[in-house]
Design a protein around this ligand. Structure first.
Ligand code: ADP
Ligand code: MG
Length: 396
């Protein structure tokens, strides 16, 4: 992979930079600006090199239609504050406004195109349609820097196709993320513990097959735990459950047992009658969940056990909250796991948008961890051993 410094003299050159500025919003307010902060060093590096910086990014899922609800305006404002420099946001992605905005740039100045997902070509499955849009992006710049780590697992016009149209390099954020993941897959200090939780159950279950081979211990909480408990024959009430994955999960449990690996599941669960912040919560054994209640967090005994396992590890990768961490009553398991990660003597990595937001929300600092990844899906696919189109296109 080429670095920005391999692109030669960038003074006066129009540099397109794909960033991941897909931050959680509450109305117009950004509730976690981690991804914007993570984008700053590379943008500053390009400004200092005298480039005309043109940022491409997405926000949410506008599904190929212009929708002001998904405007990048809040992200442009926040980036401008962090850079302490103006960031001019075009009114469109590749139209007249984009061209005029780019034309007006001086050396070292920064512009942003509107949400690339306003264009139907961005996420199209049709290669020709994506390529056509990528040509329009390419016409706005002269070189391309891929810095949106959270999207490198996507075969999308501004991630994949554009990289083959212009001289391209990986930005510093992508390089740093890949370096951490490379350590996890090739020279993790043992014991290596992977903690999985969150809500994207079927996505994450696929990773387990690979992780059972590479990690020593898998610790499982969050929504996916109920598919495991169901596989062991337990009642899981109205909890999140992927019934069609139960057989696969049984296979993982068998494989772990025969391979000398440990899969640690919670022994107690915080249940409530409904998915509500003030629902009356009780702690029950993981093998005695009531049929009319749902599991919304791991219980205190499990938190203690998970923490003990994590603290003894020398490498930890954690993706996915242990419970509904957005609600105070169901955040204790997530807090216990986060706390344990801060005590690891070795490399501790937090991955996933909601996990990163949760640890910051719970009052932890980024520096408390070895690395907070900006990409959930991208990290998991890398750990799964999959080919990430946005990285392989930069390979040569
Ligand atoms: P990440 O973004 O870190 O990869 P996910 O998107 O997979 O994580 O999952 C985060 C979401 O999972 C949070 O919104 C949290 O409320 C939810 N969650 C965690 N545990 C449960 C549970 N037991 N039941 C329902 N939702 C859960
Ligand atoms: Mg998420």
């Amino acid at each position: 992979m080429k670095s920005v410094t391999d692109l030669g003299d960038l003074r006066g050159r129009r540099v397109l930079v794909r960033c991941d500025l897909n931050v959680p919003l509450d109305g117009d307010t950004i509730t976690d600006d981690g991804r914007i902060r993570a984008s700053v060093p590379t943008v500053n590096q390009l400004r200092e090199a005298g480039a005309k910086v043109i940022i491409l990014a997405h926000l949410g899922r506008p599904k190929g239609k212009v929708n002001s609800e998904f405007s990048l305006a809040p992200a442009a404002r926040r980036l401008s504050e962090l850079l302490d420099a103006e960031v001019t946001l075009a009114d469109d992605v590749v139209g007249e406004s984009a061209r005029a905005t780019v034309d007006a740039l001086d050396d070292g100045q920064v512009a942003m195109l509107e949400n690339v997902r306003f264009e139907p070509g961005e996420e199209s499955k049709d290669d020709a349609e994506r390529s056509e849009l990528a040509d329009k992006y390419a016409a706005l710049g002269e070189v391309f820097v891929s810095n949106g780590f959270g999207v490198v697992h996507r075969k999308q016009a501004s991630v994949y196709d554009l990289a083959s149209k212009l001289p391209s390099a990986a930005g510093g954020l992508v390089e740093a993320e890949v370096e951490v993941l490379r350590k996890l897959t090739s020279d993790a200090a043992r014991p290596y513990v992977v903690v999985l939780g969150g809500a994207k159950v079927s996505d994450k279950l696929n990773v387990i097959a690979n992780l059972i081979r590479t990690a020593d211990t898998l610790v499982i909480g969050g929504g996916m735990v109920f598919t495991f408990l169901a596989a062991q024959g337990h009642e899981v009430g109205t909890s999140l459950l992927e019934s069609d994955q139960i057989d696969a999960v049984k296979g993982y449990l068998d494989e772990a047992a025969s391979g000398g690996k440990q899969i640690i599941l919670p022994t107690d669960i915080v249940v409530a009658p409904e998915f509500k912040a003030d629902a009356p919560a009780t702690v029950v054994g993981a093998d005695e969940m009531p049929a009319d209640q749902m599991g919304l967090d791991i219980g205190p005994e499990s938190s203690e056990r998970f923490a003990a396992v994590i603290e003894k590890a020398h490498t930890v990768f954690w993706n996915g909250p242990m419970g509904v961490a957005e609600m105070e009553a169901f955040a204790k398991g997530t807090r216990a796991v986060a706390e344990a990660l801060t005590k690891v003597d070795g490399l501790s990595v937090v991955g996933g948008g909601d996990s990163a937001a949760a640890v910051r929300d719970l009052g932890f600092a980024d520096e408390d961890f070895g690395h907070i990844s900006t990409g959930g899906g991208a990290s998991l696919e890398y750990l799964e051993g999959k080919d990430l189109p946005g990285l392989s296109v930069l390979a040569d």
